[in-house]
Write a protein that binds this ligand. Structure first.
Ligand code: GLN
Length: 485
């Protein structure tokens, strides 16, 4: 039986009724991995034996008090979340063989709630990219169509969920890296508000933008995972103390009384016709569910790419300074002097895109250029936040496309960084403003490639986004669509 085709919530019901056991779930996911991994490349590491042993443990606990709300659910996690005694590479040669001595808070929380980490997923090196093609350990492929990108940087997380290699995943989103691969692979993805989920144990790319969030096959599953991972953590000084929300109960409300804004700047030049059509169809469905649709404006949208591609590399250049061959991961062994060792380690350990970002970031922060670049970008960031604040005076959430086009061919933009950066135009602003955003499947292109719908909301209003997404998902019937692999 293909138990791996159940959603998290269906599996929990079947586990509770005794129809299936945790071992069934883990075994069928491992079977699916074996069958499809050669083609998909979702994983850098698979913990087969450990996952089976954990399944036995959870089966043992079943029905007893200590069994948690995600007991026995096989999940994958992006390979930049620290897993104690388990390799964490960040998709980079630099961290090959890096074995963290501790778990990220989200890993601790998942395992405490009974989830089973089945493997660590492929990703763009240090999460820098939009296709996962910069991964040192293999490039995930779009499970819907051979030869197309899975998106990125959480590409492997998206492909593992879309293809039934696991039931759900955790990714990270600095400028779209959860929402965009979710959109291109036809799954649900949420970037929570900055501060909602602890970043402790997330290998940092751009600390003021990074957030961890779920990728799932249904909106309800997204809510379930949010229930586990959200919350204050004293080990992350930017995590926010706020009331606990039960995301699962709030999703079932209707859309009556909600106003959804359509930002006109997201519907201009460059938006693929098929994508626009799918977005407009889903807007009409939201309207039929009782929402009021209003036109709004985010006038500084055009500046988000420039601002993001200065701020993110600036922070990255500082965060990645620690990889010098002394403490972490890769070290070039032939060097004769310390300085030579630093140079050779960094030249060989990092790939081209990471080096490009370090150079851009170092330049933008350097004396004489700081005011013109980094400071200016930070000012633009404030203006973008203000745009959202103004828009949220008129509506409860925003609806748009996640990406201007469906997935493109592997290699198509790999040598054109600017084209790659421009494809992020709709997803970067949420990170600059720190607001929550999500992607929910909306439809398919004529080539059969998934198209996602993006919802963005005011700070800490993940529950509103989930409610809208749940209604849209019910209307378009796209929950739990597995890719044909
Ligand atoms: N595509 C964006 C970048 O390359 C976003 C990546 C991310 O969210 N980690 O920086």
């Amino acid at each position: 039986m293909d138990y791996n085709t159940y959603t998290v919530s269906e599996s929990l019901e079947k586990l509770a009724s005794g129809e299936i056991c945790c071992k069934d779930l883990v075994t069928s996911c491992l079977r699916q991995i074996e069958k499809s991994e050669d083609r998909l490349h979702s994983f850098i590491t698979v913990f087969s034996e450990e996952a089976l042993a954990r399944a036995d443990e959870e089966d043992e606990k079943r029905g007893k008090k200590e069994s948690g709300p995600l007991s026995g659910i096989p999940l994958s996690v992006k390979d930049l979340l620290c897993t104690k005694d388990r390799q964490t590479t960040c998709g980079s040669k630099m961290l090959q063989n890096f074995v963290p001595p501790y778990d990220a808070t989200v890993i601790e929380k998942l395992e405490k709630d009974g989830a089973i980490i089945i493997g660590k997923t492929t990703m763009d090196e240090f999460a820098m990219g939009s296709t996962s093609e910069t991964c040192y350990y293999g490039v995930p492929q779009n499970p819907w169509q051979d030869g197309y990108v899975a998106g990125g940087s959480s590409g492997g997380s998206a492909t593992s969920v879309a293809s039934g290699q696991c039931l759900a995943s955790l990714g990270s989103d600095t400028g779209g890296s959860i929402r965009q691969p979710a959109s291109l692979c036809g799954v649900v993805g949420m970037k929570p508000t900055y501060g909602r989920v602890s970043r402790y144990g997330l290998v940092a790319f751009a600390s003021s933008l990074d957030q961890i969030g779920p990728l799932t096959r249904s909106v309800e599953d997204c809510a379930l995972l949010m229930n586990t991972i959200a919350g204050y953590d004293k080990r992350d000084s930017t995590s926010v103390r706020c009331d606990r929300v039960d995301y699962r109960t709030s999703i079932a409300e209707g859309l009556k009384g909600l106003k959804i804004g359509v930002p006109q700047e997201y519907f201009g030049e460059g938006l693929d016709e098929e994508v626009e059509k799918v977005v407009r169809e889903n807007i009409a469905m939201a309207k039929d569910c009782g929402a009021q649709i209003v036109e709004v404006s985010l006038p500084h949208t055009d500046y988000c790419v420039a601002a993001y591609y200065l701020i993110a590399p600036a922070e990255a250049s500082s965060n990645l300074a620690r990889y010098d061959g002394v403490v972490y991961g890769y070290r070039e062994m032939e060097a004769e002097t310390l300085v030579d060792m630093y140079k050779r380690t960094r030249s060989e350990g990092f790939g081209a895109e990471v080096k490009r970002r370090i150079l851009i970031g170092t330049y933008a922060l350097s004396s004489g250029y700081y005011d013109a670049y980094y400071k200016k970008a930070s000012q633009v960031r404030t203006v973008i936040l203000q745009d959202f604040k103004n828009a949220f005076q008129q509506c409860d959430a925003l609806i748009s496309a996640v990406t201007p086009t469906p997935a493109w061919k592997v290699g198509e933009k790999a040598d054109d960084p600017l084209a790659m950066y421009l494809s992020d135009i709709f997803s970067l602003s949420a990170n600059l403003a720190g607001i929550p955003g999500m992607s929910v499947p909306g439809g398919f292109s004529t080539k059969g490639l998934p198209i996602g719908i993006q919802l963005q909301g005011p700070h800490f209003k993940e529950d509103t986004l989930l409610t809208i997404a749940y209604n849209i998902e019910k209307a378009n019937g796209l929950a739990n669509r597995l890719a044909p692999v």
